[in-house]
Design a protein around this ligand. Structure first.
Ligand code: UD1
Ligand code: MN
Length: 462
């Protein structure tokens, strides 16, 4: 009401002022009889009169505008009050479980928005769980090695509504944030896909949990861990140290803790600090930033997310950082792929045990411009040898050597003999960078490499 008075007053004052001005001009003595001057004065008067009318119209418009704003404000205030009452009523109807969940979201958002000393980043750790109580083995290690609860909030996202597993996670209390994938509906698949239904469930769970982490809890960067992973003591240090690379180099789209060819004998155990770039997305403990998720989320696939992400349409020429010595190892012999690679490869992966202070190190050699030049030089200046020469120990030269390959079959045959993983995904061999697979053999660095004039991957190679 006070506001209405005020507006009225402004309007009245403007009108009175306009009228007084108008009459003052009308009654002023003209003082001369020269008709030219009179005409000029008449003209001036007319203009003034017009001016006054215009002013009056403008004031009216202003007043109308002010009235509209006041009205809108009042309406908004009413709407707010109604909304608040509805929310209060809803909150009263929430179950304790739902209230708890709301509180968790609130806490997670607060964590995500936290500023740490020196501008250090907050990295959420997202652990995927389903129906294996052994998730506790993974969580115990994460909690043991985590340097800061503030900096690395752990979210355990559980699919499958498996009670014993839920219990195992709940036992950690508020040391982890336990969330549950709500959609447990049956997924309809073609009959021939029936036995692969697990891959559909995993993909649905990944899509949901990553959306929650980035878009609901608002984290900027996430470290993704699966419930059957052992982790190395310097896992957090590794991700923290490589975080700046991921921020800075747009040709990188992930940092992974995994070396696909990380078996004992194939790695340089004396070089735990050694890191590489790879065109092959390794997964299995990896760091992802929001911008990449924003790109993938709208087209996230119904199944086989890891092979999908490796397709050229998704990868778009980008690489990941991977360690020489794995910072994760899987103990999940029983799982969706049912030990497909487990007996042959996965169980032999060497888990790094030595703590490397990555955050204290200069890792800029991994930026594309620095790395590629050095890498190409290193690989193609190494002398060519055959697998037989290498195996029989008849290579006189010390230092790195190169075994060339030219075809899909040739690669597979050689890789198999060397004990490497021999498969391709979208034409990329595991750990490959610019077509080159780098590993150790009998204590020596070896490159299984295409020609120096290599033109890119052939997605037809499988
Ligand atoms: C393999 C990959 C895994 C990838 C998956 C998707 C290896 C060693 N593992 O799964 O990295 O994510 O393919 O293609 O290469 N899970 C659910 N819901 C389910 C079943 C499982 O969320 O219905 C979760 C599990 O808790 C686990 C993850 O999905 O964290 C992978 O499941 P797992 O059973 O370990 O399958 P893999 O064969 O290892
Ligand atoms: Mn697994």
């Amino acid at each position: 009401m006070r506001r209405n008075h005020c507006i009225g007053f402004i309007f009245l004052s403007l009108t009175v002022w306009s009228v007084v001005t108008y009459f003052l001009f009308l009654q002023r003595p003209l003082g001369t009889r020269f008709s030219e001057r009179e005409a000029a004065v008449q003209q001036r008067l007319k203009e003034l009169e017009q001016g006054v009318r215009q002013q009056s119209a403008d004031s009216e418009q202003l007043v109308r505008q002010l009235q509209r704003t006041v009205h809108q404000r009042q309406q908004l205030a009413v709407a707010d009050a109604v909304k608040r009452r509805v929310e209060d009523a809803e909150a009263d109807q929430l179950t304790d479980e739902e209230k708890l969940q709301q509180e968790k979201v609130r806490q997670l958002r607060a964590r995500a928005g936290q500023r740490l000393a020196g501008g250090a980043p907050v990295l959420a750790v997202l652990v995927f769980a389903c129906n294996r109580v052994t998730v506790s083995k993974c969580l115990d290690q994460l909690l043991r090695y985590r340097p800061s609860a503030q900096q690395f909030p752990i979210v355990v996202s559980q699919d499958c509504a498996h009670q014993p597993t839920a219990g195992a996670i709940a036992a950690y209390g508020d040391r982890v944030f336990h969330i549950q994938q709500p959609d447990q509906s049956e997924i309809v698949v073609l009959p021939k896909e029936k036995k692969f239904k697990g891959y559909y469930k995993i993909s649905r769970h990944y899509g949901w949990a990553l959306n929650q982490t980035f878009f609901n809890f608002n984290f900027d960067t996430v470290i993704i861990v699966e419930d059957d992973l052992d982790v190395s003591p310097d896992l957090f240090e590794y991700f923290l140290g490589t975080y700046a690379l991921l921020q800075r180099d747009p040709t990188l789209w992930c940092v992974s803790a995994w070396n696909d060819n990380g078996k004992v004998g194939l790695v340089d155990e004396g070089a735990p600090e050694m890191l590489h770039r790879t065109d092959f997305f390794p997964g299995l403990g990896w760091m992802l930033r929001r911008a990449v998720w924003e790109e993938l989320a709208p087209k996230w696939p119904a199944a086989y997310w890891d092979d999908w992400i490796r397709q050229p349409e998704q990868r778009r020429g980008r690489a990941c950082i991977r360690p020489e010595l794995s910072r994760t190892r899987t103990f999940g012999k029983v799982g969706v792929s049912n030990g497909h690679f487990y007996e042959k490869h996965l169980k032999f992966i060497k888990l790094n045990e030595k703590f490397v202070p990555f955050t204290q190190m200069n890792l800029t050699y991994l930026l594309k411009d620095n790395y590629d030049q050095q890498f190409v030089k290193w690989v193609y200046e190494s002398p060519v040898v055959t697998y037989q020469e290498l195996k029989s120990g008849s290579v006189a030269h010390e230092g790195p050597v190169r075994i060339p390959y030219h075809t899909n079959d040739m690669y597979k045959r050689t890789a198999k003999m060397l004990g490497l993983m021999d498969d391709f995904r979208s034409g990329v061999p595991r750990t490959g960078y610019r077509g080159v697979v780098s590993f150790m053999y009998k204590g020596r660095r070896v490159f299984l490499a295409p020609n120096a004039n290599w033109k890119g991957y052939d997605p037809g190679w499988s």
